[in-house]
Design a protein around this ligand. Structure first.
Ligand code: FE2
Length: 285
């Protein structure tokens, strides 16, 4: 089989939808919408950010999560956070926050106004398998300077956030769904090809520029879900392209979701709500 036959085609091109979340934060959601509920093992993908602080300053006051992992990757500005494990700090441009909610975590995420008012980033929810949904919560913060950036060929820059690429391993490890999370920047006209395990779900999030994704032309901003195959091929058009390339192993388990809780059954959702009402939500702090 030639390399060409194995290149994954785009099976769904998603226009992010504007939603209001938290205490009044405007963001653009591509997964967890009426159009696409989830892309196993990924449960939600949000792109937040604006040059107008009024769009984000209300932030996300204290709220719970159970049964998932969240990965927040900042592009500009910063977010101050605290949680029920006793963590607190600020994540800034290029930093990553990876949180395993497990049995339950309460946290607050409050965007901070930067010098130029610009705040931007991405949040991905990754599902936990049934056997880990009630595991102890865990939290990890990864500074920008510990995320390796590789230049495999002229005109290609790749930050390896999770998984492996060109011999580099991303610092976000031990995420249950074993995801690969790359931040790719291509100069105009340059072609990028990479292998992705054929049993992994894969999508791209084009946040700047335009280009050809496995035969489909796309302009920012779009989330592109890839179909079956062995590799991903992207060719940037005239102004270059910047995109996240994310893949992971589907869990193939039933999903019951209710806001910040994602479990396997409705009964488990009811238990989460009951725990919250009765003050027994936090099992470990
Ligand atoms: Fe949250």
């Amino acid at each position: 089989m030639s390399e060409n036959n194995q290149i994954r085609k785009v099976v769904n091109s998603i226009e992010p939808q504007s939603v209001m979340e938290g205490a009044g934060v405007k963001l653009r959601r591509s997964i967890a919408t009426r159009q696409v509920d989830y892309v196993d093992p990924f449960l939600l993908f949000d792109h937040f950010g604006s040059h107008d602080p009024a769009d984000y300053m209300a932030g996300f006051p204290m709220h719970p999560h159970r049964g998932i992992e969240t990965v927040t990757y900042m592009q500009a500005g910063s977010v101050r956070h605290t949680d029920s494990l006793g963590n607190s700090g600020v994540i800034s441009a290029g930093d990553l926050q990876w949180m395993t909610a497990g049995s339950g975590i309460m946290h607050e995420e409050m965007p901070q106004q930067g010098a130029d008012g610009h705040m931007e980033g991405f949040q991905l929810w990754v599902n936990l398998p049934a056997k880990l949904k009630m595991s102890p919560p865990r939290y990890q913060e990864i500074q920008a300077d510990s995320i390796p950036e590789t230049k495999p060929e002229p005109g290609i820059r790749v930050k390896v956030i999770a998984g492996e690429f060109a011999g580099q391993r991303g610092p976000a490890t031990e995420i249950a769904a074993d995801p690969t999370y790359l931040d790719v920047a291509l100069d105009p006209g340059v072609t990028f090809t990479t292998h992705i395990a054929s049993d992994h779900t894969a999508f791209g999030y084009l946040y700047f520029g335009d280009g050809d994704f496995g035969g489909t032309f796309a302009s920012a901003t779009k989330l592109l879900i890839f179909g079956e195959g062995e590799s991903i091929q992207v060719t940037a058009d005239k102004i270059g392209a910047k995109f996240l390339l994310i893949s992971g192993k589907p869990l193939g388990e039933p999903i019951a979701r209710h806001g910040p809780f994602v479990m396997n059954t409705q009964q488990e959702i009811m238990e989460a709500l009951k725990d919250l009402r009765e003050g027994t939500f936090i099992k470990q702090s």
